[in-house]
Design a protein around this ligand. Structure first.
Ligand SMILES: CC(C)(COP(=O)(O)OP(=O)(O)OC[C@H]1O[C@@H](n2cnc3c(N)ncnc32)[C@H](O)[C@@H]1OP(=O)(O)O)[C@@H](O)C(=O)NCCC(=O)NCCS
Length: 218
């Protein structure tokens, strides 16, 4: 997920925008967060990924290919219904830290709004029937670089069907058409010291190269 606060500074060692986990950044100022960070400091790692879009991306099979599309303003309400649930259960600690689902939802929706408004940012959604079951955000940073700036998340009941992969590939295609070559993403993991989150497996399976891996330094 993306935080405005972190968009330009979160990627370790470089002035490029971050992907996901900026949740943590954004949760920023609370004393709860400080306490949580102190307790879990050794467990939080920040893992940077890079894709070079000149390299061929893997072919992914999915029954849902036709259902991936760019989100429109009219999707806002439906996004609002799933935006928190799609990050659960992996991010339940963050939801707790934010003070519950409704606060977490409000926080996430501020980014959804920003992404729906800004022409250099885009949310891709996966639909099954009338239901939005997954989302992924992408942002053009400058002429040659972009980021998966809103993470990728699929509702728990719809995982391992290729939807996360198709969402990411749609984002890569859009970035590539905009002449972006390098795509960054920063994944912050909590309690997964062996890089064993589904997201890490997903990024690796799509050819993402780990370019940094360090304890989170917030
Ligand atoms: C990460 C996430 C988006 C993956 O979505 P998905 O639709 O299940 O992903 P895919 O079906 O496209 O998986 C593609 C590949 O990723 C890897 N993968 C995905 N989930 C995995 C898991 N739980 N365990 C191991 N590998 C996994 C596999 O290699 C998989 O290919 P395979 O199913 O052929 O083995 C989903 O688990 C999720 O929404 N998690 C919570 C949100 C989150 O943490 N997002 C990332 C940070 S914001």
């Amino acid at each position: 997920m993306l935080s405005r606060n972190c968009f330009l500074i979160g990627f370790p060692g470089a002035k490029v925008p971050t992907g996901i986990l900026m949740l943590i950044c954004h949760a920023g100022d609370s004393s709860n967060r400080q306490a949580w960070l102190l307790k879990n400091k050794s467990k939080i790692r920040s893992i940077g990924f890079l894709w070079d879009l000149r390299e061929p991306l893997p072919k992914v099979r999915s029954k849902n290919k036709d259902a991936i599309r760019a989100a429109l303003p009219k999707d806002r309400e439906r996004l609002g219904k799933i935006v928190v649930e799609a990050y659960l259960p992996e991010w339940s600690w963050w939801v707790r830290q934010m003070g519950g689902k409704e606060r977490a939802r409000a926080d996430l929706m501020s980014y959804v709004d920003e992404f729906l408004r800004d022409r250099k940012k885009r949310i891709f959604v996966a639909e099954e029937g009338e239901k939005i079951v997954g989302l992924c955000g992408a942002a053009i940073y400058n002429r040659r670089t972009g980021t998966i700036g809103y993470g990728v998340a699929v509702l728990p009941g719809f995982r391992r069907k290729g939807i996360g992969s198709m969402l990411l590939l749609a984002a890569f295609e859009w970035l590539k058409k905009a002449s972006v070559r390098f795509v960054t993403l920063e994944e912050e993991t909590s309690g997964f010291e062996n890089k064993d989150t589904p997201a890490i497996f997903l990024y690796k399976s799509l050819g993402g190269k780990i370019i940094s891996d360090q304890p989170a330094s917030r």
